[in-house]
Design a protein around this ligand. Structure first.
Ligand SMILES: [Ca+2]
Length: 247
């Protein structure tokens, strides 16, 4: 996958030190996520790179976040630079992973939660993580905690590239972030990966990063979940170029 194809729109470069984005999208607000959930993006990382998309931490309140991430170290028994997706809280993880080192080229990631498969004792059975249109339901070797009811899920905002509980920041280029309040089908995920299909049903956050200046990334879903950028730099598509800081 060439950068030119992957970067159909714009993107943001995160430095891995303190850059992140806070979106206006909150989690389930205590309601049952009866239609599922999907988080997706394009990403390119190198050595030392990482990606995190999840809710702002609420460890003190005991809430859980559906989180899609690539870590730079082995975590939950999964090698560095593999994609993981699952329910996360400080000291708790129930999830799945995709066994592939994702460094040094563009990849399309999707984390899908299928609520009809959910049980509090084995949440990972409702999880899928997709890389470049291919699905994995492989549970991570370490599954920590159990008995997670829907009403303890996070009601905090989604962050891009800041995992608050781990105090760690993502490093690399992120593009075309979409979050849906339902589980997308295999055909839909492939259509988005292969053609960039704009599927609007259930779309609650869509950041295509085509502003190229300023510190706001507008949500194109129509839901008004606009995002505030802290330090990350704009990336334009042709030629692929990281812009200097705007502020
Ligand atoms: Ca910075």
């Amino acid at each position: 996958m060439s950068a030119r194809r992957a970067l159909r729109t714009g993107g943001l470069w995160f430095d891995g030190v303190d850059d992140y984005v806070e979106t206006g999208l909150v989690g389930y607000q205590g309601a049952s996520p009866k239609n599922g959930w999907t988080i997706m993006c394009w990403v390119k990382i190198g050595s030392g790179g990482a990606l995190y998309i999840g809710n702002r931490g609420e460890e003190g309140l005991g809430y859980y976040s559906l989180t899609l991430f690539i870590h730079r170290f082995t975590l939950f028994g999964v090698p560095a630079y593999n994609a993981q997706f699952g329910l996360d809280r400080d000291g708790v993880w129930r999830g799945v992973y995709f066994s592939k080192d994702l460094r040094d080229s563009w990849h399309h990631l999707a984390g899908v939660f299928r609520s009809e498969l959910y049980s509090p004792s084995a949440p990972e059975k409702a999880m899928e993580v997709w890389v470049d249109g291919v699905r994995s339901t492989t549970p991570t070797p370490s599954q920590i905690g159990s008995g997670i009811p829907f009403d303890t899920w996070s009601r905090e905002k989604y962050l891009i590239n800041y995992h608050q509980a781990w105090a760690t920041f993502g490093r690399g280029i992120v593009s075309e972030i979409r979050i849906y309040n339902r589980a997308l089908t295999e055909d839909e995920i492939r259509a988005i990966y292969e053609r960039g299909a704009l599927i609007r049903d259930g779309l609650v956050l869509h950041l295509d990063f085509t502003e190229y200046e300023g510190n706001v990334a507008y949500d194109k879903s129509g839901c008004g979940n606009h995002a505030t950028i802290y330090g990350a730099r704009w990336v334009v598509k042709k030629p692929l170029r990281v812009l200097p800081k705007a502020r």
